[in-house]
Design a protein around this ligand. Structure first.
Ligand code: PLP
Ligand code: SF4
Length: 370
């Protein structure tokens, strides 16, 4: 069975230890009852079985300390490192914490979100993919023909330790009215056919802001496509709510969501259900994965991920070689090993289920096939 992600309680480890108790208290949403009583907007869904916390409640209750995270998932708190956290904060919503296996310090999801001492070794670059020289306006990146990427939000649903934008100057990115202005500039440029909402995570914007920005794109005559790069459907699947499905369904332009699942344990029943809904609303669904040492660097893990993605109507798109970002180098898998993994996948999967293994090189005109 896939891990639960939309439930109010988790009982995967009912051990009566103190740690288990701490974890349960935290993850049972002690404040949800009050929110429930006071404000109906705080939950999604109408039937009692379908009720999950509002995605914003998940964000609010995110674990922001590595030590606390260790306690919640029953591993030694010494794994977490404070200077790593000072460089890049820990941020993990309860919905993601619940998918981490209790007591497993090598858990593939825990590794993606816990700040460790290896991050502080100082190898790697601050702007590994050349984002800064590619800015055509604050928060608008153009590297490739026909498409431009908008840093629509500096906030994410989870802080991934390997993030290639962990050092990005989000404070300078457009906000509020500046976002609308940035979109207008792009839609007026005849060379731009596709606007890519990225970040951070664009789905951390409110439904009304998103509906407004997307409508702006949709009414322009020059654009042909829209795209969202997001990890919210992975981390807090209930973000795919009725409002979002509403505007997706009303769009004239084709829209593609590029999700970011790295491991099958990130997939849960709620995610599959909401992805189906997004697909029914008319969106194309793709997935990109970062090849991460100790997380998914073997054919079994990635074949299973591809298969489960297809079950959820999501097409595997890219398998990214890690960008050489300072603080993330301990996740690096040698390209030779990556190639062997993809070769093994090709022998086991239909061609369309094998993602393109690529890296990003600053200054190149596309992602580079490996
Ligand atoms: C990766 C990236 C894209 C998207 O590239 P595709 O190959 O079209 O998926 C677009 N713009 C920027 C700046 C990127 O880094
Ligand atoms: S969601 Fe994306 S942008 Fe945000 S921390 Fe993770 S990899 Fe980076």
């Amino acid at each position: 069975m896939s891990p639960e992600c939309g439930q109010f309680r988790i009982d995967r480890n009912a051990a009566a230890s103190k740690t288990a108790q701490v974890r349960e208290n935290r993850l049972e949403y002690p404040v949800m009852a009050t929110i429930l009583a006071s404000n109906d907007d705080s939950v999604e869904g109408s039937s009692s079985t379908n009720r999950v916390p509002h995605w914003k409640a998940e964000m609010k209750q995110a674990v922001r300390s590595g030590r606390e995270l260790c306690e919640l998932v029953g591993v030694a708190r010494e794994i977490s490192n404070l200077s790593a956290e000072a460089d890049f904060p820990v941020f993990v919503p309860p919905s993601y914490v619940r998918k981490i296996e209790f007591g497993n310090s090598a858990d593939p999801l825990l590794k993606q979100v816990i700040g460790v001492s290896e991050e502080t070794q100082g190898f790697g670059q601050i702007d590994a993919v050349g984002d800064l020289p590619a800015q055509r306006a604050p928060g608008v990146l153009q590297k490739y023909a026909g498409r431009a990427l908008l840093i629509a939000s500096g906030t994410c649903a989870v802080n991934c330790r390997y993030c290639f934008r962990r050092h990005f100057p989000y404070d300078d990115a457009p906000k509020g009215k500046q976002l609308a202005a940035a979109i207008d500039q792009l839609t007026e440029d005849p060379a731009i056919e596709e606007v890519i909402f990225s970040g951070g995570d664009p789905l951390t914007l409110s439904d009304s802001t998103l509906a407004d920005l997307v409508a702006r794109c949709d009414s322009s005559t020059g654009l042909r496509r829209l795209r969202f790069h997001t990890r919210l459907p992975v981390v807090i699947p209930q973000r795919i709510n009725d409002e979002l499905l509403g505007w997706v369904g009303r769009l004239r332009l084709p829209i593609t969501f590029v999700m970011h699942f790295n491991h099958v344990n990130e997939i849960c029943d709620l995610a599959i259900q909401r992805l189906h809904a997004l697909h029914r609303a008319g969106a194309n669904l793709l997935n990109q994965t970062v090849l991460l040492k100790g997380v998914n660097d073997n054919p079994d893990a990635l074949c299973e991920l591809s298969n489960r993605m297809l079950d959820a109507r999501v097409m595997p798109y890219y398998l990214h070689q890690l960008d050489p970002v300072r603080g993330a180098m301990h996740f690096e898998v040698p390209v030779q090993k990556g190639r062997a993994i993809v070769d093994a996948m090709r022998k086991r999967l239909p061609g369309y289920a094998v993602p393109r293994y690529v890296c990003e090189t600053a200054g190149e005109q596309s992602k580079t096939p490996l």
